[in-house]
Design a protein around this ligand. Sequence first.
Ligand code: NAP
Ligand code: G4F
Length: 323
Amino acid sequence: MKKALITGINGMDGSYLADLLLEKGYEVYGMERRNSTLNRTNTIHLVDRITFLHGDLTDQNSLLRCLKKSDPDEVYNLGSQSFVGESWNTPEHTGDVTGLGALRVLEAIRVYGKQLKFYQASTSEMFGKMEKFANEDTPFYPRSPYGVAKLYAHWITKNYRKSYNMFNVSGILFNHEAERRGIEFVTRKITDGVARIHLGLQDKIILGNLNARRDWGYSPDYVESMWLMLQQDKPDDYVVATGEIHSVREFLDAAFNVVGINGWDNYVEQDSKFMRPADVYYLAGDSSKAQEKLGWQRKTSFKEMVSKMVHNDIELNNGSSSK
Ligand code: NAP
Ligand code: G4F
């Protein structure tokens, strides 16, 4: 039985990846940090099936301890301060967790000394200012403290691969969403808002830049690509994307359509507080390499994903009684 250690276990991807690895017969260890209240909304269904370990990406020794306790064959570094907007408020913290955190995991693996496989959660935010479909050869131009931190993590992953002959891969994943997405990200903010408007619990959704365009995929499809990358004979980097682009406006169209509302002008307002100092206006990915070499394919369409998210939020909000 293979063993996997996942940092960021309670996040969206961490929880879906744990589901997948359990299905494949893995023994799963999830690293979580100490919070004033336990944050296991996404993993509550897994508490009897995985082992939670306490650790923090800002604490070198805790990472080594997690490795010793789990003795994994595969490590997935999904932990991160992952909210781009927040990275301007806490740039140093973001650099520490999201950038140096990856270095600390790599150092812990190097010191632990076992030949294991390491996955780094790289991101399309590293491309930032881009105009065409990006692939593995497209130059990076990050536009946020988060993107810059992720680029450091990406390069240190490659550097340790070469320097120490480690099996390190970076998955350059474009935006992916799902029912377990954090509520502050635009897709979930919209699907939750639409659900609440539908149920009479809320009047408006207040957003920032409606013209931003993203290549939105479905998280359970994307975590499969992470696993596939670690099953290859040689370590490499892969772009994972759908190749299909939609604006925030189009996401709103699709989400309101699910509840039978065709014009959303009366339900949506813009507020400058949700605008970013430097937004990424357009992200589009070319995942030909992942499709050819990994045999990876998306399974869920944009429309299906939006529908699943809205229906899930209707169910979750159904018990709420007031605005
Ligand atoms: P997420 O839901 O925000 O999950 C991130 C996880 O990291 C959370 O469980 C969080 O713990 C944990 N974390 C934060 N600070 C930590 C620290 N100091 N030590 C240990 N853990 C810490 O993110 P996601 O959407 O699942 O994304 C997974 C990874 O892929 C992230 O690295 C993200 O940056 C990257 N990524 C995401 C996308 C996307 O579109 N979703 C695309 C490309 C790359 P708490 O639960 O305690 O907050
Ligand atoms: O949902 P978002 O916050 O996601 P963003 O910034 O693209 O980052 C996500 O994807 C990255 C991959 O490219 C990941 F690396 C990262 O960890 C994260 O998962 O914003 C998407 C777009 C932005 O252009 C933003 O300006 O939506 C725009 N937007 C408009 N109104 C808004 C809002 N974003 C948020 N969060 N909230 C709004 O009210």
